[in-house]
Write a new protein. Structure first.
Length: 319
């Protein structure tokens, strides 16, 4: 089983046997080998021994298939960043997408608040054991996420709280997501670790442009220069993703992509031909005589389907 041999080599024990002998372990811990255990978690360089959880267990089947969206950012955002995070949480919830974040101060709390407002399914990945709340004033928010969605942590009950645990959760929340959004973050932020994990795993990475003169947005703005996709409105993300796994009938209002943005049939072939061995969005736009903004969604859809690979500078290459 992926991950188990690493722990056995480090500790000289079978981690599953160790956990199952622990009297604190109950049915609220997900272990490697369980049918609901996400394969992307096992593929991590240092996968967790187990995931302690509380809330809607039915969400695990979606998380195992990465049918969720992760939203991350700074603990000290601007009013614009807070408003955008809340709008993202609301829009994703209404589109039927579970929203994964870290329940930290700032962007995390705002996106989960928006998800709850939209009657969605928030997923909080904690850097503390489940019984701990950090920051303390997030107690009501954490309880609401546990009632309406899912709380999870790789830290067993009674574990000490260490700074590295908060950084370590970044790899987990990305491993549960189909796409990652960075709203605002400064250089050195943990959100940049999440962005790096997303790129390493070939996930779509979206960034909300921030005030160029604001330190809290400097790290996220630099991601745009490295090839991340600008996110100007939550509706753009929903249009790219389509209805989520929790969408029901006509309850999801997804903006239309228009007939030209649907990369199917001859349109599909023209886009792939225009990309050739590699081309920028501007080059593709000039070649096809179509606005860049109109083409971007179709290109992102081809990337999502595994036919194109995004490169820095809004460039694509055929896989």
């Amino acid at each position: 089983m992926p991950g188990v041999e690493w722990f056995r080599g480090q500790w000289g024990v079978d981690p599953l046997a160790r956990l199952l002998r622990d009297p604190r372990v109950d049915r609220r811990v997900l272990l490697p080998g369980d049918a609901r255990w996400p394969d992307a978690i096992s593929a991590l360089e240092r996968p967790p021994l187990g995931l302690w959880w509380h809330g809607r267990g039915t969400l695990w089947s979606l998380l195992a298939r990465r049918r969720a969206v992760a939203v991350v950012g700074t603990r000290r955002p601007s009013p614009h960043g807070m408003a955008m995070a809340r709008s993202l949480g609301l829009a994703l919830a209404r589109a039927g997408w579970p929203v994964v974040s870290g329940l930290a101060e700032g962007i995390d709390g705002a996106v989960h608040g928006g998800c709850l407002e939209g009657d969605g399914a928030p997923v909080g990945v904690l850097g503390t054991p489940l019984e701990r709340v950090y920051p303390q004033h997030h107690g009501p928010l954490q309880r609401a996420v546990g009632r309406r969605g899912l709380l999870l942590s790789e830290q067993p009950s009674g574990s000490p709280v260490r700074r590295g645990h908060f950084a370590g959760r970044n790899r987990l929340l990305v491993a549960l997501a189909a796409a990652v959004v960075v709203v605002e973050c400064p250089p050195g932020s943990g959100a940049l670790h999440s962005a790096a994990y997303a790129w390493d795993q070939g996930l779509p990475l979206w960034v909300v442009p921030g005030d160029a003169g604001r330190h809290a947005a400097l790290g996220s703005n630099r991601l745009l220069g490295q090839g991340a996709t600008p996110l100007l409105a939550p509706e753009d993300l929903v249009a790219f993703l389509g209805p989520g796994p929790l969408a029901t009938g006509c309850s999801v209002a997804t903006p239309s992509r228009g007939p030209q943005a649907d990369p199917s049939g001859s349109e599909h072939d023209r886009l792939l031909a225009a990309v050739g061995e590699g081309a920028s969005l501007e080059q593709i736009s000039l070649q096809l005589g179509r606005p860049a903004g109109e083409l971007a969604i179709a290109l992102f859809q081809l990337e999502w389907e595994g036919l194109l690979r995004a490169e820095p500078g809004l460039r694509w290459q055929r896989c």
